[in-house]
Write a protein that binds this ligand. Structure first.
Ligand code: CA
Length: 238
């Protein structure tokens, strides 16, 4: 079980570490930190923080690489990650989201803004374990255990990040229905955080990759100029 009051700060600039330590501690969080990219995954596994603030540029291992490793490991794949970067370039955002980050903050950021984003991400992830223990969803070859936060495709476990999990849950609750990117943002993303429309496409790609969904039409169907839908007629492929 992760501890929602504990935050792992992966940052190598002492001034930012100090600033964030102070602000996070004032807001009631326990902070553990490292400036060494190689240490982040081990610390996350051992400490089970509720959230990781991950600097894009860390010595020895890049933020994107760390994020991918966190998502690949069973003990850390559900821990939300907010990527912190010096540049606000579009391609960096897409790369961070593709690597498995849940949100993205650009330096210089204001501590209140970062705290708001941290709380928003924690609210999203904390809502999941409070669901009734028996809650399960099934659609075609897909199954979801909401209490254990597990998903499977044709019996094989599927590894999903927090956003992909909510996205798939939404599709499985409304199989066959077509949703525009705007509607998906409304239903799946936090209301008080600004997210660009193309972020939806990034997470759809990640969801398809995780589901090994490469058929045509696959499990997640693209409906031209309309949006996306869960293809309930799909027989499960290979
Ligand atoms: Ca850095």
């Amino acid at each position: 079980m992760t501890d929602p009051r504990k935050i792992l700060l992966a940052e190598d600039e002492p001034a930012i570490v100090e600033l964030l330590r102070y602000n996070l501690a004032s807001a009631g969080f326990e902070v553990i930190s490292t400036g060494d990219g190689r240490m982040v995954c081990d610390l996350a596994r051992g400490q089970q923080p509720g959230l990781i603030l991950l600097d894009w540029m860390l010595p020895n291992l890049s933020g994107a690489e760390i994020c991918e490793r966190l998502r690949d490991a069973h003990e850390t794949r559900n821990i939300p990650v907010i990527m912190v970067t010096a540049r606000g370039e579009e391609q960096d955002k897409i790369t961070a989201l593709n690597a498995g980050a849940d949100d993205y903050v650009t330096k210089p950021f204001s501590p209140p803004e970062l705290l708001a984003r941290i709380r928003a991400v924690l609210r999203r992830t904390a809502a999941l374990p409070q669901l009734p223990a028996t809650r399960a969803l099934v659609a075609g070859p897909l199954a979801m255990d909401l209490a254990q936060r597990r998903a499977s495709n044709a019996g094989a476990e599927v590894r999903l990040g927090p956003t992909e999990f909510r996205l798939l849950k939404h599709f499985m609750e409304h199989p066959g229905e077509v949703y525009s990117r705007e509607q998906l943002l409304d239903s799946v993303w936090e209301k008080d955080v600004y997210v660009e429309l193309r972020t939806v496409d990034v997470h759809i790609r990640r969801l398809r990759k995780a589901l090994n969904d490469e058929g045509d039409p696959g499990l997640i169907r693209t409906v031209r100029s309309a949006g996306y839908a869960l293809n309930v007629a799909h027989e499960g492929g290979a």
